[in-house]
Write a protein that binds this ligand. Structure first.
Ligand code: HAM
Length: 426
């Protein structure tokens, strides 16, 4: 018979395994706790959405929509895509459920996988995870922008993300006296230096001049530095909004750096945009991106609505925490039960049940092992204690507990044991 083929995870996707998944869970748990203290509730939108939703919301000319989406024709010939991001889904859900009737603003967060067919590298995957939040409603008060940023910074502080740097910018709004005017001016300036730019930037001069500012190419940097800056060309309202956001951040003690080149790669943004970087990530160092998107809900057929939000790249967040070396190894067991003999097995099963009910992690070997072998396995599994149950212990009603770190051993009655373990946990 031919050998069955070996399967591997699809390029750009991966299995998340223990003990690392414990860290993922802890990070997500912290996000849920912090976001709840800011009054956010969880939304779980589907992973499949109509392709047109992203084309409209994110923009059909963006890299995400034009090159990176996993799109297929559903059987009834509707074009369907795996979501590349979730802001569009949240806006769709806001409209679909008439959430404008709820007390505003509506504050939602989500945790889950996103899909983009990018070239995989460190910190960049085709299936990756985001922890995101959105605020939707009738107000664009600068305090909302600042509070959303304060929330994500609080979260990063809580998980002890190393080297956090917040960059902010305002990209104004679409009007001749604001962004549109600036982009026209930028395009003019870029056309004059076009032959000194690389192929990607040359293309962008035509399709989306703002994105040229994103370039990381060394030889383009001095040219980009000479280009006109958007802050000097915002309309009065956008300028005032930006100034107020900065004031509000200062009132909250949030440290930021202004970065006029921060333009973001999704079409729905206006006014406030921000990005957060962290240590240990190499070139893919953005752990969070976000901004304001007033009018996106309207664009998707909903009522006039203001919006702002962010998404954290969870894979990168975890990577940065791991590189910081501060992550505790969470693998291991509290108690390994080394039992020998029929009677001891029955007692061991009962003891395991009681200990687990009390919240201890317990390894109960399914078949009898020699004590030497059991202790070896207990230490391989990184157990804190080995509970030794043999015929003698059962007969005497006195159980032996070995502390694996120093080899010391103590005797306990059954109730004493539970007591001791509980005290040693606190
Ligand atoms: P984004 O900047 O496209 O924004 O993605 C946010 C974050 O997701 C990035 O900063 C990065 O950490 C992570 N990320 C993106 N692509 C990948 C990838 N291929 N592999 C690993 N991580 C990745 C958005 O998605 C917006 N929806 C954010 C938002 C919410 N704006 C307003 N509300």
């Amino acid at each position: 018979m031919a050998k069955p083929p070996k399967f591997q995870a699809i390029r750009g996707t991966r299995d998340l395994l223990p003990p690392e998944t414990a860290l993922w869970n802890r990070v997500e748990e912290t996000a849920r706790q912090v976001f709840a203290t800011f009054g956010f509730g969880e939304i779980r939108p589907p992973i499949l959405e109509p392709t047109e939703l992203f084309a409209r919301a994110v923009g059909s000319d963006t890299d995400i929509v034009s090159k990176e989406m996993y799109t297929f024709e559903d059987r009834d010939e509707n074009s369907t895509s795996l979501r590349p991001e979730a802001t569009a889904s949240v806006c769709r859900a806001y409209i679909e459920h008439g959430m404008q009737q709820l007390p505003l603003p509506v504050k939602l967060y989500y945790v889950g996988p996103m899909f983009r067919r990018e070239r995989p590298q460190k910190g960049r995957y085709r299936q990756f995870y985001q922890i995101g939040a959105e605020v939707l409603g009738g107000s664009d008060a600068p305090a909302i922008d600042a509070e959303v940023i304060e929330m994500v910074m609080t979260f990063f502080d809580r998980v002890q993300l190393p080297g956090v740097q917040l960059d902010i910018n305002s990209i104004g709004h679409t009007a001749d006296n604001c962004r549109r005017g600036y982009v026209a001016m930028l395009k003019g300036a870029l056309e004059k230096v076009k032959d000194k730019l690389g192929a990607d930037s040359q293309r962008r001069v035509e399709t989306n001049p703002l994105r040229v500012l994103d370039s990381k190419l060394e030889y383009e940097q001095p040219i980009i530095e000479t280009l006109p800056r958007i802050a000097d060309h915002l309309c009065d309202e956008c300028k005032a909004h930006y100034a107020a956001v900065k004031r509000q951040l200062e009132m909250r003690g949030v440290l930021y750096r202004e970065n006029w080149r921060l333009v973001r790669g999704l079409d729905y943004y206006m006014r406030t945009t921000f990005e957060i970087t962290a240590h240990g990530l190499g070139s893919q160092n953005a752990v969070c991106g976000g901004g304001r998107y007033d009018g996106l809900v309207d664009l998707l057929g909903g009522p006039p609505t203001k919006g702002i939000g962010f998404a954290i790249g969870e894979d990168r967040l975890i990577l940065s925490l791991q590189e910081s070396g501060k992550v505790a190894d969470e693998a291991g067991r509290d108690v390994y039960i080394a039992w020998m003999g029929e009677r001891a097995h029955a007692t061991a099963i009962r003891a395991a049940k009681d200990l687990r009910n009390a919240g201890f992690s317990v390894e109960l070997p399914p078949v009898e092992q020699k004590f030497g072998k059991a202790l070896e396995r207990a230490s391989k599994l990184n157990s804190r204690y080995a509970l030794i149950l043999g015929d003698n212990e059962i007969a005497e009603g006195s159980w032996a507990l070995k502390t694996l770190a120093d080899g010391s051993q103590q005797k306990f009655t059954e109730p004493e044991l539970l007591d001791f373990l509980k005290r040693s946990r606190d």
